[in-house]
Design a protein around this ligand. Structure first.
Ligand code: ISL
Ligand code: CA
Length: 606
């Protein structure tokens, strides 16, 4: 990859994978077409020319910061058109369990491992064949287990290691796989390593974290959970870096002992028999040497200052490869990285199979319509989801493989984002399921998707315990009224997907009064669709051809299958189908019109 300078042109920047993803995101956010920068005039503009005319808006050092970032990537993605390698995790249907709110077996208000064991038949009946467990390790729960105190112990409220072993055994007996959550960008401040690091200057653990002895703040980085990313330890006179909460201290991956210890821990779990890991914010592990302050303009654009120094850091590829080689490859284990901020080209550089870094990633760019943020009350546009899926499926390459999901424990429920009108919720739920099970990629169902769950009607901050929402509230209540802040919290809070699942029994916890129930029609649809997906390899490795992508419409073909989706409220004429096709989902179709949010699947006869 040639080094970019201010003399380089827009087209050079767009050819660089990091530059490409950054520009692409900006275009999307501004609602502009890619054509704008691929046209001859704009694409030949020199960066210094643009720097000159945007200096007032973007500041002096914006382009220097951008060039520094893009020049860190030396490789170009390889995009294969060849055959797809077959893997179990490409054929599986995953189900994410957030243990705290999945199923409470002993009525103490907290979901637990025995609860999961009890519900394995339910999951098997639904048809899922792989489970991702959000963290179940020992933790003081500042961030519900994403702050790990001991990687080798089970969280007390969730049960014991015996319970875990039984769970793993039973999952395997049912022919399912189990992946764990791996949170290694940071540990809890109560982890033994951090305690030693903080209290003993001679300890080898001091360099396991980013601890700085100085008067002034080490840099201007901000935390994802509001405020500075540095916590000051008065007694020890030290600053400690935490990209997330004050109780989640970032590990220094540049220290080879950190990497060795983490890799040993990963192997310990893999030796136990777990089938892989979902790797929490794994693209943040390599931080720029010296932790330089972030560019203020980039900080404002991305929402977090300093992010350009760690979301695609200098040693990311090296460390991912090291983990792969020394742990995953040995066990033939599966990895899916949670990688906020990575666009498609960067994703190709971490998931291309020839690179031996990660198997798959979760990209998040489809979770909000561009121009909007999670903490905002707006209607999500499914036309954008369609375009995003087409873009990725057509260009990601056959050496890469996508994950397909709408929900997780960090986001409000997708159905509510799409429409506030209750009468459409069931159709939307089924439409989402149809696309998830027939598009090219691996589906990750989040617990409750199959029940058609929507957002929870919280009425006060007292019902919200999430550390992110609490930080958000404290920060914004300084300048806004309670009503205003609460409205945005209601739109974006992670609490929506953290309420106990409504298994039709009473809930003794703070979510009492839960008025959601499981929607049987949605459950049946999921079950049928999962079964269909598993019954025919064409729906996994088959081709993908778009037949109609007009407004509010998504019609596509996967070899013998034709999927016709209405993405809006207005009735539309169904795709003209001849005798050679039969409608297999839903079973009974009477009209030649697609109703609001209706989705159909046809299959070639014979
Ligand atoms: O919710 C977010 C913060 O604004 C997301 O950006 C989220 O923090 C980000 O996707 C990383 O998420 C993961 O790591 C966090 C944890 O709180 C999330 O639950 C986890 O999924 C820190 O471990
Ligand atoms: Ca319990």
């Amino acid at each position: 990859m040639k080094k970019l300078t201010l003399e380089s042109k827009i087209k050079d920047l767009y050819q660089n994978p990091v530059g490409h993803d950054a520009l692409y995101k900006v275009l999307m956010q501004l609602g502009l077409s890619e054509k704008l920068i691929t046209n001859a005039f704009v694409s030949n503009l020199k960066l210094k020319t643009i720097a000159k005319v945007t200096r007032k808006q973007l500041g002096d050092s914006f382009f220097d910061a951008l060039l520094h970032l893009v020049n860190m990537e030396k490789d170009v993605p390889f995009v294969s058109k060849g055959e797809i390698t077959k893997k179990w995790w490409k054929e599986a249907v995953f189900y994410q369990i957030y243990p705290r709110s999945f199923y409470d077996s002993n009525n103490d208000g907290i979901g637990d491992l025995r609860g999961i064991i009890e519900k394995l038949d339910y999951l098997a009946d639904l048809g899922v064949n792989a489970i991702w467990l959000s963290p179940i390790y020992d933790s003081p729960n500042d961030d519900n287990g994403y702050d790990i105190r001991d990687y080798h112990k089970i969280m007390k409220e969730f049960g014991t290691m015996e319970d875990f072993d039984e769970l793993l055994n039973k999952v395997h007996q049912k022919g399912m796989k189990l992946i764990m959550d791996l949170v290694v960008n940071h540990t809890s401040d109560e982890h033994e390593w951090f305690q030693k690091a903080l209290h003993d200057p001679q300890s080898k653990y001091r360099d396991y974290y980013f601890l700085r002895e100085q008067d002034a703040l080490p840099n201007n980085w901000t935390s994802f959970f509001s405020g500075s990313a540095w916590n000051h330890y008065e007694k020890e006179n030290l600053w400690g870096l935490h990209l997330f909460s004050k109780k989640q201290m970032d590990l220094n991956w540049d220290n080879s002992h950190v990497r060795e210890d983490i890799i040993a821990m990963i192997n310990w779990w893999l030796d136990k028999g777990v089938d892989g890991f979902r790797m929490d914010v794994i693209n943040y592990i390599s931080k720029e040497n010296g932790l330089p302050s972030g560019n203020e303009t980039i900080g404002k654009m991305m929402g977090y200052t300093g992010i350009e120094h760690y979301y695609y850091g200098p040693h990311l590829h090296e460390y991912l490869h090291e983990i792969h080689k020394n742990a995953f490859a040995k066990h033939d284990a599966f990895s899916v990285g949670e990688t906020p901020g990575l666009g498609m080209k960067m994703a190709q550089l971490v998931t291309g199979e020839e690179r031996e870094e990660l198997d798959m990633i979760f990209s998040f760019d489809h979770l909000e319509t561009p121009g909007h943020i999670r903490f905002e009350n707006y209607a999500y546009d499914l036309n954008y989801f369609r375009d995003y899926m087409i873009e990725w499926i057509e260009n990601y390459g056959n050496n890469c493989w996508m994950s397909i999901f709408y929900n997780n424990h960090d986001n409000p429920r997708m159905i509510s984002k799409i429409s506030s009108k209750k009468e459409y919720h069931e159709s939307i739920a089924i439409l989402l399921a149809v696309m998830q099970m027939t598009l090219k990629g691996t589906p990750f169902i989040f617990q409750g998707d199959e029940m058609g769950l929507v957002n929870y009607p919280f009425s006060s901050m007292a019902q919200i315990s999430d550390v992110e929402s609490k930080g958000y509230y404290e920060e914004h209540i300084q300048t806004q009224s309670h009503e205003e802040v609460f409205k945005t919290i209601l739109a974006g809070t992670r609490e929506h997907t953290r309420v106990l699942l409504p298994w039709n029994k009473k809930f003794p916890d703070h979510h009492q009064g839960l008025n959601q129930t499981m929607n049987e029609n949605v459950y049946k649809a999921y079950k049928e669709l999962i079964c269909l997906r598993k019954s025919d390899i064409q729906l996994i490795y088959g081709d993908f051809n778009v037949l109609n992508k007009k407004k509010d419409r998504f019609t596509y073909q996967r070899n013998d299958y034709l999927i016709d989706c209405n993405l809006g409220e207005k009735q539309q004429k169904a795709y003209p189908i001849d005798e050679s096709y039969e409608c297999i989902f839903p079973k009974k179709v009477v009209s030649d019109k697609l109703q609001a949010y209706e989705a159909r699947i046809y299959r070639k006869r014979g």
